[in-house]
Design a protein around this ligand. Structure first.
Ligand SMILES: O=C(O)CCC(=O)C(=O)O
Length: 275
């Protein structure tokens, strides 16, 4: 695929009414538009460089790779991840889903390395977030092709529709990327749909949707770059994040920098603590 977007490719960076309806009904959407393969190659190279610069860090979950100086895990990151996160086509699609005014408040790399890439248990993203009212759109971009075997994301379709956080229970163990797990009484695992997409495709999912991914036991990596966006009508409460984040110190919810990536701050106080 060429770097220069053909006109029809640019048009694909737009969700049709049917795609918007699918997002509302199921809780996620994979648009027709794809990240050009040349950019995927750049992202993979940036990922390899990041791992080389941070040899002390396990690749299963790396928080805030876009922060050059640390972030909550003390990663030596790079602003390149901000550029990847805010490419115009992604922003155009995000605006259709959460409106014109958008704050980027987080990025993560889930590495799913070969052979023993950790499981991400069932959860709702919103269980963790200090955002009021709770809103976040996640953009999930695999750097490698996802197969049925290498730990695809699994979604419980429609689980976002009550707009409710279900009960979660803490399960100890460092065999998983997160420890707060949605209680099984709230959903039917048999209804899960795996997200089998190739590198270049992007999935957008709702903050209330129940999802997770199995361990990767194959000999192929399944890394993904994840971006968290919120409409600026919500308030990112750093004080609450510091409190609730005590259970997840590496998440750094109390110190996350916010980036206004589209429009203006409608809540008006998101930048009161300065960024
Ligand atoms: O990449 C994964 O396997 C899990 C990602 C996830 O749970 C998320 O992005 O919310």
């Amino acid at each position: 695929m060429s770097d220069v977007l053909a006109p029809e490719a640019a048009q694909d960076a737009h969700l049709s009414a049917a795609e918007l309806a699918q997002y509302r009904e199921k809780g996620w959407i994979v648009p027709k538009w794809e990240i050009p393969q040349s950019l995927i190659a750049e992202m993979r190279k940036e990922y390899d460089d990041l791992l080389a610069r941070n040899p002390q860090v396990a690749s299963d979950i790396i928080l805030a790779p876009h922060q050059e100086n640390g972030g909550s895990m003390g990663i030596k990151g790079s602003r390149k991840w901000l550029e990847f996160a805010t490419q115009p086509e992604l922003m155009a699609i995000a605006r259709q889903l959460i409106g014109d005014d958008i704050i980027l408040w987080g990025t993560t790399l889930f590495g799913k390395p070969p052979h023993n890439g950790k499981e991400t248990p069932w959860h709702q993203d919103g269980e963790y977030y200090p955002i009021k009212p709770l809103e976040t759109l996640t953009m999930w971009m695999p750097l490698d092709d996802v197969t049925v075997d290498n730990g695809p994301m699994k979604f419980i379709p429609g689980s976002h529709t009550p707009h409710e956080l279900f009960s979660h229970s803490w399960k100890d163990g460092n065999d998983k990327t997160i420890n707060l797990i949605t209680d099984s009484k709230h959903f039917d695992e048999a209804s899960a749909e795996p997200l089998i997409i190739r590198a270049g495709q992007v999935s957008f999912h709702d903050v209330y949707m129940i999802h997770g991914s199995n361990a990767n036991r194959t000999d192929k990596r399944r890394a993904a770059f994840i971006v968290r966006l919120m409409p600026t009508t919500s308030f990112y409460d750093h004080a609450l994040g510091a409190e609730t984040g005590k259970k997840h110190p590496t998440q750094g919810y109390g110190t996350r920098p916010l980036y206004l990536v589209s429009g203006e701050d409608r809540a008006g106080n998101n930048f009161a603590i300065g960024h």
